[in-house]
Design a protein around this ligand. Structure first.
Ligand code: NAD
Ligand code: USQ
Length: 374
């Protein structure tokens, strides 16, 4: 009923792959709250990685079943749950046939660069899981819901750190007197980031070859834990990683400051990335869903609100700590990663996000929040 031959009606049914994870859980609740029919698809493998590596979320997280029961009892809204691995095409086919999504948001990947660099088996797992999973999603769309819009989480790290401005997916080049708009060069610096490059290539190809409609959201490093929906009840609380494998820079620094551990700046600390609040993540995804790509269109959006070097992050957290009466120290740890030391240029474009001048909220609020969690 919701599928039409021409321009589809407003997207209503959204499948959130990876909906038990950090970005996916917040997004699933946000979309459900906004009135979308949501189905979560997740293999729960992230919870298994935590057990295997002896890691845990700083915030206690409920099982996915309890999370969804809690959401239902608070809001009356049902979020469907399909537990399984998207690399299993039979499983994925069944979920597509039963749910018939208008849009699929795909967060369901192994997303840690350090994890992908632990050893051969983790490198192979990461690329297999991510590349085959995405390929299966593309085939499922083609076979079962041709008009479905794919919103795929990519990463700013696909571009690497070139010494020219980064554009959104494409760059116009004049060579030997002729001009063309070509895919922006990719120079990923981990097997994880490379898996995203391979995904982008496969998606771009299927848009051309099969007329798939897709949006690649290249998000920067996400920080924060609270969203309007996850705050509604403690059982809805999102995960918060602070360990050396899944913990990302700003989140780790806030926890380190709170517990009196020196901030671990890798190498010289000149590495510069784009960062965004998880509350912006959920809004960006909703915007992308509400405004689908056209059939055959491969849209690329770069998403972050501010850019910082690791040193700048450390000094922001130090200042925020001072305000709270904490004496925050920083240590330089030999960089376990192979990455550019100083990056002078960053993307020139900001998609979908409107600049919010109060965006430095985390200097006080976020750190205070971390402290209350401990
Ligand atoms: P996460 O590890 O918290 O969540 C990923 C979820 O996907 C987990 O629940 C996991 O069980 C599930 N999953 C993994 N492989 C699966 C498979 N084969 N089948 C079904 N489910 C599977 O990660 P996150 O931080 O929420 O990141 C989600 C996505 O957003 C990733 O693609 C990541 O690259 C992207 N992203 C994250 C950040 C960040 O800072 N966290 C920044 C930019 C982009
Ligand atoms: N870093 C430190 N100290 C730490 C942790 C990290 O100095 O304790 C540095 C790293 O060397 C790196 C930077 O901080 O230069 C960012 O590292 P990170 O672990 O916060 O982020 P990254 O590995 O880039 O990966 C994260 C998510 C990934 C997402 C990516 C977006 O795990 O899923 O794709 O952010 S982006 O960075 O834009 O590619």
């Amino acid at each position: 009923s919701h599928q039409t031959s021409g321009e589809p009606s407003k997207p209503r049914r959204v499948m959130v792959i990876g909906g038990d994870g950090y970005c996916g859980w917040a997004t699933a609740l946000h979309l459900s709250n906004k009135g979308y029919e949501v189905a979560i698809v997740d293999s729960l493998i992230r919870r298994l990685f935590d057990h295997q590596l002896g890691l845990d979320s700083l915030t206690p997280i409920s099982s996915i079943h309890n999370r969804l029961r809690c959401w239902k009892s608070l809001t009356g809204k049902t979020i469907e749950l399909h537990i399984g691995d998207i690399c299993d095409f039979e499983f994925l086919s069944e979920t597509f046939k039963s749910f018939e999504p208008d849009a699929v948001v795909h967060f369901g990947e192994q997303r840690s660069a350090p994890y992908s660099m632990i050893d051969r088996s983790r490198a192979v797992f990461t690329q297999h899981n991510n590349v085959i999973g995405t390929l299966n999603v593309l085939f499922a769309i083609k076979e079962f819901v041709e008009q479905c819009h794919l919103v795929k989480l990519g990463t700013m790290g696909e571009y690497g750190t070139p010494n020219i401005d980064i554009e959104e997916g494409y760059i116009t080049i004049t060579h030997n007197g002729r001009t063309d708009t070509l895919p922006y060069p990719k120079q990923a610096s981990s097997f994880y980031h490379l898996s995203k490059v391979h995904d982008s290539n496969n998606i771009a190809f299927t848009c051309k070859a099969w007329g798939i409609r897709a949006t690649d959201l290249n998000q920067g490093v996400v920080y924060g834990v609270r969203t309007d929906e996850t705050e509604m009840h403690e059982e809805l609380c999102n995960r918060f990683d602070y360990d050396g494998v899944f913990g990302t820079a700003l989140n780790r620094f806030c926890v380190q400051a709170a517990v009196g551990h020196p901030l671990t700046v890798y190498g010289k600390g000149g590495q510069t990335r784009g960062y965004l609040d998880i509350r912006d993540t959920v809004q960006c995804v909703e915007l992308a869903i509400a405004n689908p790509a056209r059939p055959g269109e491969f849209r690329v959006f770069n998403q972050f609100t501010e850019q910082f070097s690791v040193n700048e992050l450390a000094s922001l957290v130090t200042k925020a700590g001072e305000k709270l009466g904490l004496d925050v120290k920083t240590i330089s740890v030999p960089n376990p990663r192979v990455e550019a030391k100083n990056i002078t240029t960053m993307p020139s474009t900001l998609s979908l996000l409107s600049w919010d001048s109060n965006h430095t909220f985390f200097q006080t609020l976020f750190l205070t929040h971390c402290l209350t969690l401990l």
